[in-house]
Ligand binder design. Structure first.
Ligand code: TTJ
Length: 649
């Protein structure tokens, strides 16, 4: 059914038949198992509700009918999203016998029924649509303006008493949705983080050049949390933004940009090199950030390596016949790849790796043609890029030599493990784990407290390393990272080999303070840059040591947050006896038994599995905090007060 069909039929009183009952059962299923639809009911799922609603407006913008989207956070953590599109169809849905707009908000996956014209390309991580948001909201109010009338409908936990009804005349057109997430579902928190929403909206504004997204936090009128995001330059400006916020200097004035189209598929690429050794490639499929990459990213990488080598050959720049490798041509590169296609196939369960096979040759072809054209037309930039790649190649080869020498040197103590490593006796990595522990004293407690059959301990010491300014060759010989590399057994970079991994779980155990936060950020950044498959495979974890011990007589309770501490104090002090609270400033304050009981015992501990998103965030924080520019660091700290407390910068 298309828009025309819907509009020919006026809304009528809803007939409450079996369709209705089915609808309610559908939304009831969402409320029973919200995780199935939005991933988590924590903060991530809460913010996801906003993306789901905004995606509908972005679809309308992509269809060419909407220029502006407004996102407001109202007092009480209520969200309002308003657009100036055609308005959700208000006509009667022939099958459901209710208005089409009501169908959108009450029938699971109804979103897919619209926009059969093939323009529907936006879609959140789970792409579940407005009905799921409705089901998980304490209440939701819908207003539609169709250029003639305004319409209104209210829902409570997905249910409604009254059908969509005309409320007045108007010449305005568009849709507005206001909703309050249900605290019964989002038990952990219903508080929105302005910075999180701003970041996502900015990203969407970059990806949809010319679209205006206005975001305003009305909970704190004095704090001026208000941005109007509109980037005529689209992803070109995304690159500039990344360089600016990370304090990186580009090696050329202009961002390289090209695009291409074939049938229903299109691709846009923006790229620029900077003076760091780090690589930032972000890819998107239908505006969804594909964190694990996929075929579009592979197509881009293949073409990039090929083109730069061909350029060197063509202009006689190759020193000898040694080819530049992928990691050489990506050193210091920031790139955005954005593809749009009618039907995304995602490989992984988390829907962040694009799988459509035809997209790889498509992207590869366009990058090959257009990047070569660019290089030939811009010889100065081409020269700079080529020289940078050759520098990287030289460094890589020097590193390889250094590694081989080091290996020969230690051949006698062959495969010698770090002296500080307390290994476990089991060798099957299905059962083994290594704790990377900050500080020698905590390392001592961990060694004494562990289960030595399955748990290995590697204490870290020595001066912190600044990965951003250090080349991969410097990782070898670094007193902090070298033992980690040796203990894990996998090697790094292009030599990384997961089959050599010596432990199934790699657990970072650090304090909840400044230094601990620092070490976590450092290690995650290191794994992200040099051992990425480890994170993709889900081998990396963060241990969660308790913050407090609440004691009454012989009863101890460990609390992992202020709230939990207060709860235990209340529980234990019920009958008047004295309750003591000990605050753990560091792991080193715990004796081996306590550390085992609270943090290391697989039966009772809680650990956080590190996702690619976590690691990417660490990488970004690391770049900002360790870079040599003061301004981005100051800005970061101003907007992320929590880090100012946690990180000593
Ligand atoms: C669908 O095809 C016919 C013409 O209208 C199209 C449409 O639905 N447009 C539309 C939907 N614009 N904006 C929305 C929308 C906006 C919000 C804030 C929330 C939802 C669920 C949809």
């Amino acid at each position: 059914m298309d828009r025309e069909e819907m509009l020919t039929q006026a809304p009528v009183e809803g007939e409450y038949d079996e369709n209705q009952i089915q609808v309610l059962e559908g939304l009831e299923a969402v409320r029973k198992r919200p995780g199935m639809y939005i991933g988590t009911t924590g903060s991530g799922g809460l913010h996801h509700l906003v993306y789901e609603i905004v995606d509908n407006s972005i679809d309308e913008a992509l269809a060419g009918y909407c220029d502006k989207i407004t996102v407001e956070i109202l007092e009480g953590d209520i969200i309002r999203v308003t657009d100036d599109g055609r308005g959700i169809p208000v006509g009667m849905h022939p099958k459901e016998k209710i208005s089409a707009a009501t169908v959108v908000f009450t029938v699971l996956h109804a979103g897919g029924k619209f926009g059969g014209g093939g323009y529907k390309v936006a879609g959140g991580l789970h792409g579940v649509g407005a009905s799921v948001v409705n089901a998980l909201s304490e209440w939701l109010e819908l207003t539609v303006w169709d250029g003639k009338h305004s319409y209104f409908q209210r829902f409570e936990r997905g249910k409604y008493d009254k059908e969509l009804a005309v409320t007045g005349d108007t010449d305005r057109h568009g849709t507005s949705v206001t909703f309050k997430p249900d605290a019964q579902i989002f038990e952990e928190t219903t508080v929105f983080d302005y910075e999180v929403l701003l970041k996502r909206m900015r990203e969407q504004a970059f990806l949809n050049a010319g679209l205006t997204i206005e975001i305003e936090d009305k909970r704190f009128p004095d704090e001026d949390r208000h941005e109007v995001l509109c980037y005529e330059g689209g992803i070109r400006q995304f690159i500039e933004h990344i360089h600016k916020t990370r304090g990186l200097d580009p090696i050329s004035d202009q961002v390289i940009y090209f695009n291409g189209k074939k049938g229903d598929n299109s691709v846009e690429i923006a790229m620029q090199y900077n003076n760091s050794y780090n690589e930032v490639i972000m890819s998107f499929a239908n505006n969804v950030h594909t964190i694990d990459g996929g075929v579009h990213e592979i197509g881009f990488r293949n073409a990039l390596t090929k083109v730069i080598n061909e350029y060197g050959k063509k202009f006689g720049l190759m020193k000898d016949d040694t080819k530049l490798m992928g990691e050489d041509v990506r050193e210091g590169l920031t790139a955005i790849i954005s593809v749009k296609l009618t039907d995304c196939q995602f490989e992984s369960q988390t829907k962040v790796k694009l799988g459509n096979p035809e997209i790889k040759p498509f992207v590869e072809q366009i990058v090959t043609d257009k990047l070569m054209d660019f290089l030939e037309e811009n010889p100065t930039v081409a020269q700079a890029i080529f020289e940078k790649s050759q520098d990287a190649q030289r460094a890589r080869e020097a590193a390889k030599k250094a590694r081989e020498t080091a290996r020969r040197k230690s051949a006698m103590e062959s495969a010698s493990l770090p002296g500080k490593l307390a290994d476990c006796s089991e060798r099957d990595i299905e059962f083994t784990e290594i704790y990377i522990v900050e500080g020698d004293s905590a390392g001592g407690s961990a060694k004494d407290g562990r289960d030595r059959r399955y748990q290995a301990i590697l204490p870290l010491w020595g001066k912190m390393l600044n990965v951003e300014r250090v080349r991969i060759d410097k990782v070898y010989g670094n007193d902090k990272l070298q033992p980690v590399v040796t203990a894990l057994g996998t090697s790094i970079g292009e030599d990384f080999d997961i089959t050599k991994l010596r432990y199934g779980k790699v657990i970072i155990m650090a304090d909840a303070d400044v230094d601990g936060c620092h070490i976590r950020t450092l290690l995650l950044t290191f794994f992200f840059r040099f051992m990425r498959p480890l994170i993709e495979n889900g081998n990396v974890y963060i241990a969660q040591p308790p913050l407090f011990r609440v004691t009454k007589g012989k009863t101890h309770k460990y609390a992992f947050s202020d709230e939990e501490r207060d709860q235990y104090i209340a529980e234990l002090s019920a009958n008047g006896a004295k309750v003591e609270v000990q605050r753990y400033k560091g792991l080193g304050e715990m004796d081996p038994e306590q550390l085992w009981e609270t943090t290391m015992d697989p039966e009772t501990r809680t650990m956080i599995k590190v996702t690619m998103e976590d690691a990417m965030k660490a990488d970004e924080i690391f770049s900002i905090l360790m870079g040599d520019k003061v301004q981005p660091r100051r800005e970061f700290i101003e907007t992320n007060a929590k880090y100012a407390v946690n990180l000593d910068v």
